[in-house]
Design a protein around this ligand. Structure first.
Ligand SMILES: [Mn+2]
Length: 317
């Protein structure tokens, strides 16, 4: 397992902190950069990481795919961009593509970003009762059947390209794993749904981003879910939540209901050797969220999470 951090595409304090705590694996998100899937942009980003002794292994961002998800006119142009991204990643040796399906167009939903926890730290959470009274999304009319058809169409187009490029696609759950959200059905919400999605196009290049917090919210037994999905897991988000998909808080890594050591043991059992990164963390003293819509990416909690993860990885070796 390769401890990793999500990092911006250009160096800042976060790159330095990563190196200082011994993290050499980068996960890129391209905040504010247009057409980042093009060869030249990806190439310079990959080499910038390399020049700072960080290997860029994961792209965790997605070109626009709203028409693809909704099955609308123009989806083939969107899909062509995803294929271009996969081919470019293959040429540059960036081996893992973490993506979402029905989570868009609605996006990650949290209803609180400052729930008090120990020592005045602040964590995020979700309560479906609040979200239920929000207005429906403009695309609320789409049915689950249509979404399944559109997903199958997309996979049949892109998975062969990922195979030829040697890139592992890793589908992230819909967060929270509930359906519908704002009137839009969501597909990636349980282990059973994952199995159905993986069976739509059986290929080792079509796998899973195992975001533990979502599986905790699904109320599934996490070590057995890891063993069930097995070698189709290509990337891990290490986090925990307390509660259910309808109502949860995102806990400290050492303070949630999941036996985190047992999850690391399960990754070892399946032979998982890929990148594992901490996901959402509580906000600590003196920290401000970078962006209210993405609570959970502050620095200090991530340092704590990496230390905790590294301890477990060492202990279970
Ligand atoms: Mn995640």
């Amino acid at each position: 397992m390769d401890p990793a951090l999500i990092l911006p595409p250009s160096p800042d304090r976060r790159w330095t902190l990563a190196k200082q705590i011994g993290v050499n694996c980068g996960v890129a998100r391209f905040w504010g950069i247009d057409d980042w899937w093009e060869y030249d942009t990806l190439l310079r980003t990959r080499n910038r990481f390399e020049d700072h002794d960080i290997s860029l292994r994961v792209v965790e961002d997605r070109p626009p795919m709203t028409r693809t998800v909704l099955g609308k006119e123009g989806r083939d142009e969107e899909i062509a961009t995803v294929k271009q991204l996969l081919r470019n990643m293959g040429k540059l040796g960036i081996d893992t593509y973490s993506w979402v399906w029905t989570e868009n167009p609605v996006g990650v939903v949290r209803t609180s970003d400052s729930i008090p926890d120990r020592g005045g730290s602040r964590k995020s959470g979700y309560d479906h009762a609040w979200d239920r009274q929000a207005d429906d999304h403009p695309e609320a009319g789409i049915t689950e059947t249509e979404l399944w058809e559109n997903l199958e169409y997309f996979l049949n187009e892109v998975v062969p390209v990922a195979e030829r490029a040697g890139v592992k696609m890793a589908l992230h759950p819909d967060d929270p794993p509930l359906s519908p959200v704002r009137g839009v059905p969501r597909l990636v919400t349980s282990v059973e749904k994952y199995e159905r999605i993986l069976d739509l196009h059986p290929s080792s290049n079509h796998g899973v981003t195992f975001c533990q917090g979502n599986f905790a919210a699904m109320k599934t037994d996490i070590p057995s879910a890891i063993r069930r999905l097995g070698d189709r897991i290509h990337f891990v988000h290490f986090r925990d939540v307390e509660g259910t998909a309808e109502s949860f808080v995102e806990t400290w890594h050492d303070d949630g209901p999941t036996d985190m050591r047992a999850t690391i043991e399960a990754y070892r059992d399946i032979g998982f050797d890929g990148p594992i990164r901490p996901d959402h963390v509580p906000r600590m003293a003196g920290e401000k969220d970078r962006d209210g819509a993405h609570a959970g990416y502050t620095d200090m909690g991530r340092l704590f999470a990496i230390g905790y993860m590294k301890g477990l990885i060492e202990q279970t070796a």
